[in-house]
Write a protein that binds this ligand. Structure first.
Ligand code: SAH
Length: 352
């Protein structure tokens, strides 16, 4: 091929099976699965080494595709064992992923956008605005880079889409990444161990449902009345609480599965006894567990977490009403690695 006719090379990481089938219509599907297995399960990054694939096919792949993963720009270790990764993408953009170990699991919190456009008043990522969406390869690549960096012993067992960005505002690439992440012939993660967190984009939740990917959904509710939610999460003006709750009620869940409701506790804003009562009322009839997240502070924030006593009282009321309610142990707060504290781009003024 001459320079003029050469098709520009694309990142193999994140390329969906359907695209590969379109590019190579004569290939048997199991061939694509074999290649996925080399890449996502065995970690190969060179088509030439894929010994059960014909030389011709390997050459065709190498003509069209290359491998690119986010690069580790910096690592910050928290006292609780978590590690915050600052990752550099091909165009110089930076995102953060946070690896959190516990006895039974290793959870990676990943980003889906550089910045975010939802402008929630309690979230530091909002201050960046939306710079751009991540590609499926960049979303998946966060897991692959961290796994390569930490080695087998510390390999990720769970993934939460709770880093920078609103996953459902970048639906296509998120869906492509989820398919590869959970496919038995690719990354092989159990759908039970993957959670996508959303601020409640109702139309997108409905679209996502049609994709038939049965991962866990976490909904950031964060308020018990529309006036408060309008104020702290402007997206509520488009999708008010009732509309969001109706959407969850109609969402078909597999047996034994339930939604997660996230509720960031902000002192004096949404943490009163009345708030707990209203919250319980909204959630009646929705299969869910509730994660209460005491606000994680950052320098420019006007909010504070409630005193522990009020947090426990809030939880107790929900438990009395027969909900499973947990106070989420905040991880990595000492390194600004907790929920709502990720703002990698602020460290990279050249990417504005
Ligand atoms: N955009 C998605 C995912 C990113 S935020 C969403 O809204 O769900 C992940 C979680 O962190 C959300 O539940 C969000 O409400 C919460 N969060 C954001 N800022 C926070 C902060 N400063 N302290 C505690 N939780 C926060």
């Amino acid at each position: 091929m001459t320079e003029d006719t050469k098709i520009s090379s694309q990142n193999f990481i994140g390329t969906p099976e359907a695209s590969l089938r379109g590019i190579f219509p004569d290939w048997k599907p199991y061939r694509i699965h074999q290649i996925f297995n080399w890449v996502y399960h065995y970690g190969y990054r060179d088509f030439a080494e894929m010994s059960n694939i014909s030389k011709v096919m390997r050459a065709q792949l190498a003509d069209r595709f290359h491998f690119s993963l986010p690069q580790v720009q910096n690592k910050t270790h928290s006292q609780d064992g978590s590690i915050k990764y600052l990752l550099r993408l091909d165009d110089g953009a930076l995102v953060e992923s946070v690896w959190m170990p516990s006895d039974s699991r290793k959870t990676l919190c990943i980003s889906t956008q550089v910045g975010c456009r939802l402008n929630c008043s309690f979230c530091l990522t909002a201050s960046l605005g939306l710079k751009r969406n991540l590609t499926a390869g960049e979303i998946l690549g966060q897991c692959m880079t961290v796994n390569e960096d930490l080695g087998k012993e510390d390999a990720i067992t769970n993934v939460v889409f709770m880093g920078m960005g609103e996953p459902l505002d970048n639906l296509g690439p998120v869906v492509d990444a989820l398919r590869l992440m959970t496919a038995p012939e690719a990354m092989r993660m159990s759908t039970r161990k993957v959670t996508v967190s959303t601020s409640g984009l109702v139309d997108r939740i409905n679209e996502f449902q049609k994709e038939n990917i049965h991962i866990n959904l976490a909904i950031s509710l964060n308020a018990s009345d529309d006036i408060t939610r309008d104020r702290i999460m402007p997206i509520n003006k488009k999708y008010p609480i009732k509309v969001l709750m109706d959407c969850l009620k109609n969402y078909p869940l597999k047996p034994q599965r339930r939604h997660t409701i996230e509720y960031v506790l902000l002192e004096g804003i949404n943490d009163s006894d009345d708030d707990a009562r209203r919250l319980a009322k909204w959630l009646k009839g929705i299969p869910c567990k509730i994660n209460l997240i005491p606000f994680n502070s950052f320098e420019s924030s006007e909010y504070r977490p409630p005193p522990d006593k009020q947090t426990f009282k809030f939880q107790d009321y929900l438990i009395e009403q027969n909900f499973s309610a947990f106070i989420r142990q905040n991880r990595a707060t000492d390194i600004l690695g907790a929920c709502g504290q990720l703002a990698a781009e602020s460290q990279n003024p050249s990417y504005a």
